[in-house]
Every structure is written in structure tokens, then in C-alpha cells.
Design a binder for this molecule. Sequence first.
Ligand code: ZN
Length: 261
Amino acid sequence: MKRDLKKRWLAVTSAVLFIFLTVSATGASPLPALSAAEVIEVIDGSTIRVRAGDREEVVRLIGVGGTEAQPQGQQPEPRESASESFIRSQLEGRTVYLEKDVQERDEGGRLWAYVWLDRPGEISDQEIRAKMLNAQLLLHGYAELSTIPQNFRYIDFFRTYQAEAQKGGRGLWALRSSDSQDTQDVTVYITQTGKKYHQEGCRYLARSKIPISLREAQARGYEPCSVCNPPRSLTPAPSPASSQENSPALPAPLPARASGR
Ligand SMILES: [Zn+2]
């Protein structure tokens, strides 16, 4: 019985995907495939439990980080509860629309998704700001941008939203503005085709020069250029939790992380 359901689910999913791909191929609509889900529970600032059809899923919000328990010794940060209560206020008892990216599940089998509060009429900056929860968390400074390998569909929007929150000193960025620069990110540059990241002024940047945060460059697997010797770390000793979260590729299964939740 359970198997049958699974098969049917797969068939439905493939049908939807097929239609989506067909439509995309004709260039008619850039709208992503969305699946409606009912929110059962808000687990924490970046994780919710939903019912989709007859399945229950734990969903992790793509791009939303910095809401995990803090590594040893650091005082608990208020942003955790801010993010959580914001999610709760937005989600309690409602239907949301889940959008997947390339990497569907995390190492624990949880679904990675963009959570739309309403169906977008089109994919635009305006619609994303107004309707996507992941984007709103970054815009309000309730969460910190965290990249997941391959799930980069909205990364440029997310980066912009986080920059706005930082600039406006919103949420967690207000708390940090008085901190030392070790929590600030550093801008480095990448090129159209290269695999290295560079400092301002490097000769390899003559043809193309794309600004990117150091954290982001490393998360996407760029290596420091040996000519211009750009910064290699934000802090003298990055916490093991964050370096693991941002590891660029997943050749081997990640070791289960001791969760502080
Ligand atoms: Zn360089």
C-alpha cells in the first residue's frame, strides 16, 4: 500500500516535472514547479514540518542559516528566537508552496526548499520579496545567508537581500554592528571562467571581475589566487560547524553532526 502511494507520488511528480520542463523549453513561462503543503509545525528558525499530499516532510529552507545552535562557549543569540517567531507568525496553519532546487535532500533526508507563502505570478525581485519566506528572513536580518552546494537558483537575489539587511542594520546585523570585524564578510572577486578568487587589483581580473563575499567564494569551491594572495579566512579559527555547513562539494557523505537542538 505504502509502496503504491510512493509510486503514485513519483508518477505525479514526474508528470509535473515533465510539464514544467516542456513549458520551460518553449519559453512560455519561467514559473517553477511548486507543490502545495500544509504547515504542521515550525521546528526552528530554518526548519518546518509539512504535510504534502499524504506524506509528512521535514523541510529546510534553502539559503537560510545562522539559526543553528551556537558553537561552544558563545552566548545564545536573540536572532534564533526572532527568526523562529517570525516563521511562526507567517506560517502557522497555512498552506505554502514548496519549490525544490538541484539538490533535493540533506544528509538527514530532509527536503531542501524555497517556501512560497503565495504562488508567485512571475519570478521577479518584487514577487520574491513579497512572497518567499526564505527571502524575507534574509531581508529582515533574521537569518544569515548560507549556501548549499548546487542550490543556487536565487543566490543573487539572496545576496542582495542580505546586503540590504546588513546595510540597514536589521535583525542580527544590528547586534553585530558593534562587534569586531570578524563577523563581517569580506569582498573578493571571481572571473567568468576561472576557478580562483582574487583581491581587488589582481591582473587576472582584467577581463571579468565579479564581486562575491569570501564566504560565498569558498562555499562555491573557489581557491585563493596564488598571485594576489587574497584573504583566506574571516576569522583566525573558523568554527567547525560553519566550515562543514559551507563545504563546497559532497564527494563523501557528511558525518552526522551533533545537533544542539
Ligand atoms: Zn589574483
